[in-house]
Design a protein around this ligand. Structure first.
Ligand SMILES: Cc1cc2nc3c(=O)[nH]c(=O)nc-3n(C[C@H](O)[C@H](O)[C@H](O)COP(=O)(O)OP(=O)(O)OC[C@H]3O[C@@H](n4cnc5c(N)ncnc54)[C@H](O)[C@@H]3O)c2cc1C
Length: 418
């Protein structure tokens, strides 16, 4: 292999697999690859612990945690337990909580609400213990290419901008989250035309908490005209993460996120009283246009996982689960590829079609939620036989054909886009 001339003077390291990004997707993938004996580097522009959105987990994360060996640490953590999700209508009517153990009487029905800084640091420790080399504080600025093929990455130190690093690898995996470095470079991003949304979120201390097993429940609350919805996610230390989501053009109507957020709180009495005795702290964060898919999951020498492969609206808290799951599935495919000496894109991305079908089920439930006509309560009252399938979708049990059977009846109730 011949690196470009300007790299010759760089500090060069060589691995089997280079992973861009130490989020849940990259660290899960790295752990499984390193445990199987591959030489793996994960590069991240940040050093842990770093702030990140995505605090509410889906119960099906349990099985990946089990394989990673993280359950004991999670059980011992101070992360609140999440037993259910509950919806509050635009009229303030509260649905019965969807307790995940109703359809699955097993420990895996209970999950956690996490501070991502601590949670991601746990995942990264796991990867390092498995033998992954973590190159923290390195911003990946370019790909090393040889013809069509990707042969690694070029990175720049965030502490010392003059220091550069070339990481050469047989395979480069993009786990860079919404940065989606490779997909953007190769123009593979397809923004979801039905989900042009934005979000503003912040944190409160001392706001309302339910007693007992409902303390860690995620609440999803519609505003009065159903123009926006809030998440309400209880975190450790009496903190609640509170975010509002709506159509991008409506929500980002000025460049004063705090003002817009508070206007929407005033539009949602069910959130207003919950926040009344709390105190807001820290910045108001904004993010937009995050729902997209990618036209191609892999190519010569490269593969996409986690958000870098695609992202669907945060309403059902599916992002971290899909990141973990894609890391796990990609690891199996990559290990088969290394074992057989075949790293062709079809081999390393063989898991993607089935994965995308599961994501599609989540997306259809997202689209249902955004129709003015949809109500979870009304749907399960009319079709009680679908309650288990609905809970399956809410917990992340989406990689089975059965869940798709919900949508024909749903389409009879509401104008559900294909
Ligand atoms: C508003 C909102 C709310 C959400 N709420 C939830 C929720 O409640 N529950 C849930 O499960 N999910 C939620 N998500 C989704 C969740 O945040 C993501 O799905 C999840 O973090 C994806 O993990 P990942 O490993 O793919 O990427 P990330 O966790 O984003 O990790 C990517 C890593 O790549 C690094 N990186 C990026 N570019 C570079 C570069 N050029 N060089 C080096 N490093 C780089 C970043 O520093 C980062 O550490 C939410 C998302 C949004 C937008």
């Amino acid at each position: 292999m011949h690196p470009p001339a300007e790299l010759v003077a760089m500090n060069t390291r060589v691995y089997d697999v280079a992973i861009i990004g130490a989020g849940p997707a990259g660290t899960t993938l790295g752990t499984f690859l390193a445990r199987a004996g591959l030489r793996v580097a994960i590069l991240d522009r940040d050093q842990p612990p770093r702030f990140h959105i995505g605090e509410s987990l889906m119960p099906e994360t349990y099985w990946v945690f089990k394989r990673l060996g993280l359950l004991p640490a999670l059980r011992a953590s101070k992360f609140p337990r999440k037993y259910s999700v509950q919806f509050v209508s635009h009229r303030g009517k509260e649905s019965v909580p969807f307790y995940f153990f109703e359809t699955n009487p097993h420990e895996s029905a209970v999950t956690w609400q996490v501070w991502r800084a601590d949670f991601d640091a746990m995942l990264l420790n796991c990867a390092r213990e498995a033998g992954v080399e973590f190159l923290g504080g390195y911003n990946v600025v370019d790909l090393i290419q040889e013809g069509d093929a990707v042969r690694g990455v070029q990175a720049r130190s965030t502490a010392n901008g003059d220091e550069t690093l070339a990481v050469e690898a047989k395979l480069t995996v993009d786990a860079s989250g919404l940065s989606a470095l490779i997909a953007r470079r190769f123009r593979l991003i397809e923004t979801d035309p039905l989900l042009k949304k934005a979000s503003i979120w912040t944190y409160y201390r001392g706001a309302h908490r339910e007693p007992g097993i409902d303390e860690g429940a995620t609440l999803i609350l519609h505003t009065r005209e159903k123009q926006a919805w809030f998440w309400y996610i209880p975190l450790p230390d009496d903190v609640v993460s509170v975010g509002v989501v709506s159509d991008r053009d409506y929500l980002l109507r000025s460049n004063r996120p705090e003002e817009i957020f508070q206007e929407e709180v005033a539009n949602c009495p069910a959130i207003e009283w919950r926040l009344a005795k709390g105190r807001q702290f820290g910045p108001y964060y904004t993010v937009r246009d995050y729902s997209y898919s990618t036209r191609q999951p892999a190519g010569p020498g490269w593969l996409l996982v986690g958000d870098a492969l695609g992202f669907v609206d945060p309403i059902y808290s599916s992002g971290v689960f899909l990141a973990l799951k894609s890391g796990e599935l990609a690891a199996s495919a990559i290990l088969s590829g290394f074992a057989s000496g075949n790293l062709a894109p079809e081999t390393i991305a063989a898991w993607v079609p089935a994965f995308k079908k599961g994501v599609q089920a989540i997306r259809r439930l997202v689209l249902a939620f955004y129709t003015k006509e949809f109500s979870f309560g009304a749907f399960v009252r009319r079709y009680p036989e679908h309650r288990k399938r609905l809970v399956d979708l809410l917990v992340g049990n989406v990689f089975n054909e059965d869940v798709h059977r919900i949508f024909d009846d749903m389409a009879r109730m509401i104008p559900l886009p294909e």
